[in-house]
Design a protein around this ligand. Structure first.
Ligand code: NAD
Length: 233
């Protein structure tokens, strides 16, 4: 009988992009710290002040476009290429640094800065560098373009696909996430319930650290390449 192929499911958060110069959620003085979440990351905030929300994501889009993948993103791409089983990357990040680092088929559960979404007809298209309340949808012509970002109170993308991967995972790894945003924070419990081993890689223990079987603490550009090298040798 053929042995079952191993499957590693990796969840990444803002911490993996921190050393590429993109601030995390809780960085002091960072873009996020200057705005209330309710104002820039909820549908209600967008309805109240679409210009503020567009300005916020325009700034983040420009910053992310200039950022380069770091050694942690590159190591995960190497793992995808050389691991004899399957490696699925699910990210909460809205930057495209996994792809810039060479990763394939990345699941962006919170959307992408590079995308625009029509609030009227759900059409998606590549976002222009700068969006504004007057930006029209190329399909419906309605002036209702919004960033293709999943805001608080909205349902993340690809949840069924992610749950199917978690149910087949032999190893679940969370990298650079504070484990405070659900449903992603619930993935470790789901993976465990399906029998997966679990590993947390983070700068410091997250609030859910005790739910992981093992840990590697330190900057992602060091810990992730070390873990990948250990796995591939
Ligand atoms: P978070 O900011 O809540 O937590 C970041 C985590 O990364 C923390 O636990 C921190 O200890 C850790 N960390 C910081 N620097 C690190 C490093 N160099 N190496 C390893 N770990 C490091 O981020 P989150 O858990 O991803 O949740 C925040 C939400 O904000 C997400 O939904 C995400 O969509 C969004 N966000 C995205 C980006 C991005 O796309 N780059 C940036 C900020 C926020």
């Amino acid at each position: 009988m053929q042995a079952k192929r191993e499957k590693i499911v990796i969840l990444t958060g803002a911490g993996i992009s921190a050393e590429s110069g993109l601030g995390t959620f809780r960085d002091e003085g960072g873009l996020w710290a200057q705005h209330a979440i309710e104002d820039v990351a909820t549908p209600e905030g967008f309805a109240r002040n679409p210009r503020l929300v567009h300005d916020f994501y325009n700034a983040r889009r420009i910053q992310a476009a200039e950022a380069k993948a770091n050694k942690a993103h590159q190591a995960l791409a190497q793992l995808q290429e050389h691991f004899p089983g399957e490696v699925v990357i699910v990210t909460q990040n809205v930057d495209s640094l996994h792809e810039k680092g060479g990763a394939r088929n990345v699941i962006h559960m919170h959307g992408v800065l590079e995308g625009a979404l029509c609030a009227t007809c759900d059409h998606r298209w590549p976002a222009p560098d700068e969006m504004e309340p007057e930006t029209t949808c190329p399909h419906s012509s309605a002036p209702s373009a919004r960033p293709d970002i999943v805001w608080f109170g909205e349902i993340p993308y690809a949840m069924e696909e992610i749950e199917a991967h978690l149910s087949e995972a032999s190893l679940f790894v969370a990298i650079g996430t504070s484990a405070q945003v659900y449903p992603a924070a619930g993935f470790v419990e789901a993976a465990r319930s399906f029998g997966a081993e679990t590993l947390e890689i983070n700068l410091e223990p997250s609030d859910l650290a005790n739910r992981f079987h093992s840990h590697r603490f330190g900057p992602a550009t060091e810990t992730v390449p070390e873990w990948v090298a250990a796995l591939l040798t």
